[in-house]
Write a protein that binds this ligand. Structure first.
Ligand code: BG6
Ligand code: MG
Length: 216
């Protein structure tokens, strides 16, 4: 392989927004009369907004009409926006900037591959938006992870075949999506959970400085 490109997931890899999703979903569950725990929240990582609501309603055994669901999706996102519009560069996860600097120095292009429709706003809040060669987010795809659509679009922007793309992901669905199309998958987080990844690190600070050079 002589050329690689990188695709980064956002939530849980570049920024820790899971805590804000949790607070907003918890508030909604409270309104609906049941408790939503941090363990429940694990089930929503990497999952689209619509699917997340279905999982949450299933936990609370609540049935809602499509119209009601739509209204709750909007109110949850409004709550979530209240948190993310207060985010700043200090919320970039440790190691993320160093990796982007390394990639810039090696002339390796990188794009975002996220399920979130709020991805552009979050990247702007933390001051990283302009660094990416492209943004693929929840607005650009019709099929959510574990479908590989988001990463395939990413590889097109990078103008590289999937096998030359390295994906950084914290969610099982994201690792599965990358593996389906033979991308090089890197699991960020618990190795036991992300055991299907080609490489595993607890967080981005653990990625060795020569990791990309070795792949080249
Ligand atoms: C993913 C998160 O990145 O984006 C999920 O891991 C979230 O928890 C999904 O549900 C959709 O995010 P948003 O911002 O469009 O509601
Ligand atoms: Mg994620």
């Amino acid at each position: 392989m002589n050329k690689i490109g990188v695709i980064f997931d956002l939530d849980g890899v570049i920024v820790d927004t899971a805590k804000y999703h949790y607070l907003a979903w918890k508030e909604l569950a409270k309104e609906l009369g049941f408790e939503f725990t941090e363990n429940h929240n694990e089930l929503l990582k990497g999952v689209s907004r619509v699917r997340s609501l279905d999982i949450l309603l299933n936990i609370g055994k609540v049935h809602l009409s499509e119209g009601k669901k739509q209204a709750y999706l909007e109110s949850k996102n409004k709550d979530y926006l209240n948190y993310i519009t207060k985010m700043g560069p200090e919320e970039i996860l440790p190691g993320a900037k160093t990796i982007l600097d390394t990639l810039d120095n090696l002339n390796i292009q990188y794009v975002l591959g996220s399920a979130s429709k709020n991805a552009p706003l979050i990247l702007k809040q933390v001051g990283l938006f302009d660094r990416f060669s492209g943004i693929v987010d929840g607005n650009s795809v019709s099929k959510a992870k574990p479908d590989p659509e988001v990463f395939l679009i990413g590889s097109k922007i990078l103008e590289l075949p999937p096998k030359n793309c390295v994906v950084f992901e914290d969610a099982i669905a994201g690792i599965e999506a990358a593996n389906k199309i033979n991308m090089i998958s890197v699991g960020i987080g618990n190795k036991k959970i992300l055991n299907k990844a080609n490489y595993n690190f607890n967080n981005l600070t653990e990625v060795p400085e020569n990791f990309f050079e070795k792949l080249l």
